[in-house]
Design a protein around this ligand. Sequence first.
Ligand code: HBI
Ligand code: FE
Length: 287
Amino acid sequence: MAATDSTPPPGAAPDWTIPQDWASYTATEHATWDTLFARQSAMLPGRAADEFLAGIEMLHLSRPGIPDFDELSDKLYKATGWQVVAVPGLVPDDVFFEHLANRRFVAGQFIRKPDQLDYLEEPDVFHDVFGHVPMLAHPVFADYIQAYGQGGLRAMRHGAIEKLARLYWYTVEFGLIRSGAGLKIYGAGIVSSRGESLFALDDPSPNRIGFDLERVMRTLYRIDDYQQTYFVIDSFDQLLRATLDTDFAPLYARLKDLPDLAITDILPDDTVITRGTQAYALERAEG
Ligand code: HBI
Ligand code: FE
């Protein structure tokens, strides 16, 4: 998922940041943001976690056009000490973790083309700013992502990046949370996708399993289509505690000897919320 070589692209600083150059966005690019924003914000009330919706409000993301990262960072910094910095796309893991550990969220500077509304390879400004940034206004989640960044730098020393990437994938990107009104979405990869915002909550196809740190770190994931398993947390405190209270060295040592789990595996001691039919994935596999 991460870039391979660690030489920053031309025009980027050694930490891979580039100027956002907000003035350079075209009317078409602002209109693409507005189209995506209108579509997602029309369908997310009742689906997205209240904390996500509160972040959208607090950061005034409903203002037209692609947000100016300097203005966005001013508001975000006051709330949780985070800033948003522009990068050309995926950055190497060590660069990524270093930024997160210092409360800097790296956001793609570019936006997808009008004919790519529903899917694109690399995270663009809509995925990163609409999908990820609202949750960074929530103090506990903001602490979790910084702890994740610090953990990432540690994991690199244990050769455990892959395990930690799974934690990111099944929480920050595709996480669900229990609420008094049923399951809600907080994962950026889901909230920024119209199809998956429906699929993740309503479709009988995927598994939905209670979050467990070790279980998640053993579970493979896919990057090319809707997830076949979603993990559900009880609270954001649970995520933060899992990261702060775990002694990762023995955990990584234990994980080394345990086999990876297939995407659709269900273990005897899983807390199973939905035992999925996998009908969607099977149908897609048949092509
Ligand atoms: N770079 N810009 C960017 N955004 C990401 O989400 C990202 C990345 N590099 C590495 C990465 N994610 C993941 O591989 C880490 O979670 C391991
Ligand atoms: Fe992302």
